[in-house]
Design a protein around this ligand. Structure first.
Ligand code: THU
Length: 166
């Protein structure tokens, strides 16, 4: 038997002013995207902004629906749009933030499990580590340098059996 420990490295910044310039710019783009979210049911508006490897910034926000499960998170809206429009481009970083009329959210918002899965596959697909910048409406900013921090033991295409050749 063997017990192992995985160290997880993250950085906490006290305020936006302390962030590296690129991260600050991306977080501001996510803050801008929050206000265009369509979240009439949860009233939990999420904004995401990602930077492609060519420097382009893509924004996304959550899109809800009266048939609740038909909606989609901000992160996946941004990632799928990016993949649809720029299918050969990796993602260097993504910033995520929120806004809710039901109380000030002062803790960084981590992406949900399904979004982590898509983020991890994007990272693996382009062999390009994705920095994740997370913030509540206000308060500290948490940054991780790669998806393995948020989703260790990721299920990836390499775990699928190879297709049979006829
Ligand atoms: N949501 C996101 O957009 N991203 C996440 O990572 C967590 C949850 C959205 C989905 C839904 O529209 C609302 O937040 C409440 O769960």
């Amino acid at each position: 038997m063997k017990n192992e420990i995985i160290p997880l490295q993250f950085t906490l910044y006290e305020s936006e002013a302390d962030l590296p310039a690129d991260d600050k710019e991306l977080l501001e783009k996510a803050e801008e995207a929050v206000h265009k979210a369509y979240a009439p049911y949860s009233e939990f508006k999420v904004g995401a902004a990602l930077r492609l490897t060519n420097g382009m910034v893509i924004q996304g926000n959550n899109q809800e629906n009266a048939a609740y499960p038909s909606g989609l998170c901000a992160e996946r809206v941004a990632l799928f749009y990016a993949s649809a429009q720029y299918p050969s481009m990796g993602v260097d970083a993504i910033a995520i933030t929120v806004n809710s009329p039901n109380g000030l959210l002062e803790n960084p918002i981590p992406p949900c499990g399904a979004c982590r899965q898509v983020m991890a596959e994007t990272e693996s697909r382009f062999r390009n580590k994705m920095r994740v910048i997370m913030r509540g409406q206000t308060g500290p900013i948490m940054v991780v340098n790669e998806m393995s921090t948020l989703l260790p033991f990721t299920f990836l295409d390499k775990h699928l059996p190879k297709k049979r050749t006829k």
